[in-house]
Design a protein. Structure first.
Length: 73
């Protein structure tokens, strides 16, 4: 994969994932980092955020997990 910018993946509607997706994110992040870019994972649902942290994606260089502020009524 080649990219000319950072990559943003919107996870807001993802309700289920397994370790194979996490490995894909790690591979993508490494390839982007070599090119000088980053991977941002936006708005994971709580169970997805827990999986990201469980596998250590939040500690991979070049990966940023972005969480939106909750909307208050």
């Amino acid at each position: 994969m080649k990219s000319h910018t950072d990559v943003l993946v919107d996870l807001a509607e993802l309700s289920w994932a397994d370790v194979s997706l996490m490995l894909d994110f790690v591979t993508l992040a490494r390839r982007l980092r070599v090119q000088g870019f980053t991977l941002a994972l936006r708005d994971p649902q709580p169970q997805i955020a827990a999986l990201l942290e469980l596998v250590g994606l939040d500690r991979v260089p070049g990966v940023h997990i972005e969480r939106s502020e909750p909307a208050y009524a």
